[in-house]
Ligand binder design. Structure first.
Ligand SMILES: C[S@@+](CC[C@H](N)C(=O)[O-])C[C@H]1O[C@@H](n2cnc3c(N)ncnc32)[C@H](O)[C@@H]1O
Length: 372
């Protein structure tokens, strides 16, 4: 079952109070794409409340976020409490919140990073906050082993996330959490719905610009287990393989949220968080599986069907230019399926050096020019 968002909770409470639409007396939400969610965040953080007002607002939104005519209920900064009758206060909304899990960025390996990598880590942490406040409140984001240097370099709202300067295990113990899911590309088991009941997910605070942090994630598991925390190591895969899964912290979090809150399956969630760069990683592994070797006038050509582009673009975020790029890198040639059939008719199979070739003796190399 998909998990409730903050906007869902806010909607439920408003409905119970008989509020069908809500306007605002603040300019804050002019650009907001999800007004209910963003109003609820401000209320949870004690900045505003919902009031009953004497005159209708100019515009308002119904509980599905659709613009409607003005409303007698409005979000307004908390200082208006003296003037208008409060309908929903921060305390009341906070009481109604379910206990969403923590999403921990574990900075155990912080010191192994260069300054540039540390900067990227901070940026990814800000992006994680941005993702979480689309669904929950944002303070579900916890950063552990957070040094003074992290706090100086992090240009996001430190007061709206959870920052803990000690070890992750201590943080967990303080919160009474005994078991976590650690997202780990080296794990044997794949993350599944059955894992969504934990109270904390741990993502390695690791950025791999330099290649010196291989297998750093399992070390985090070791560290937690040493301190008595139960760790479920889980990987995220795309059609059974970690290759093609974006490995940036915020994208990993995005995948988990799409599965957990939006109820998407893993392949779909990965596709949505993928960039062509990650898709090309996977395509590089896939295309050679389809290569047919031709030997034409003594020259070897490795050929794949051009139609593979359509097949792979169903589940990899590739554009035609990515397909071409990977073909070139792998020294492969793409030909339409019917041309491959034609070549097959002209050729004879033969084993050369232990490998199967289709040999064409005639000077027919011109046939191959169609791939460019
Ligand atoms: C850039 S990765 C670092 C990987 C690290 N170099 C290693 O070899 O363990 C950053 C974090 O993203 C998460 N992650 C990346 N790819 C993942 C995958 N396919 N499945 C699960 N978690 C993943 C892990 O929590 C990991 O610590």
């Amino acid at each position: 079952m998909a998990m409730k968002t903050l906007a869902d909770v806010f909607r439920d409470v408003l409905k119970e109070k008989g509020v069908e639409s809500i306007g605002t007396l603040s300019k804050r939400f002019r650009k907001s794409r999800d007004k209910l969610q963003d109003m609820a965040i401000e209320i949870v953080h004690g900045k505003g409340a919902v009031f009953k007002i004497p005159e209708k607002t100019a515009v308002a939104w119904d509980l599905e976020g659709k613009m409607v005519e003005g409303s007698r209920y409005a979000y307004a900064p908390l200082c208006m409490a003296e003037k208008f009758e409060p309908v929903l206060t921060p305390e009341e909304l906070r009481e109604r919140l379910p206990s969403w899990p923590y999403f921990i960025i574990d900075l155990y390996h912080w010191e192994k990073h260069t300054d540039k990598e540390k900067g990227k880590l901070c940026l990814q942490a800000i992006q994680c906050y941005g993702l979480l406040k689309r669904y929950f409140t944002g303070s579900e984001l916890a950063v552990t082993w957070a040094s003074g240097e992290f706090k100086r370099m992090f240009h996001g709202p430190l007061d709206r996330i959870t920052v803990y300067d000690g070890p992750t295990s201590e943080f967990l113990k303080e919160k009474g959490i005994e078991e976590v899911v650690l997202l780990d590309p080296w794990a044997d088991e794949v993350l599944s719905e059955g894992d969504f009941n934990v109270k904390a997910f741990v993502i390695g605070g690791i950025v791999d610009m330099l290649g010196n942090k291989r297998k750093a994630t399992p070390e985090i598991a070791g560290e937690l287990e040493k301190e008595g925390i139960k760790v479920r190591r889980r990987k995220i895969v795309l059609k059974g393989d970690v290759i093609g899964v974006p490995d940036r912290i915020n994208r990993i979090l995005g995948i988990i949220l799409k599965m957990m809150v939006e109820g998407k399956d893993m392949d779909e969630a990965v596709y949505e968080m993928q960039e062509p760069l990650h898709a090309r990683w996977r395509l590089r592994k896939e295309l050679p599986k389809h290569a047919i070797r031709y030997r034409i006038d003594g020259k070897t050509y490795r050929v794949v069907e051009k139609e593979l582009f359509d097949e792979y673009s169903q589940w990899l975020k590739i554009r035609w230019e990515d397909f071409i790029k990977v073909l070139r890198e792998l020294n492969l040639t793409a030909l339409e399926r019917r041309r491959i059939h034609h070549l097959n008719k002209l050729s004879n199979p033969r084993i050369i050096g232990g490998k199967l070739y289709r040999v064409i003796l005639l000077k027919r190399a011109a046939l191959l020019c169609y791939n460019c």
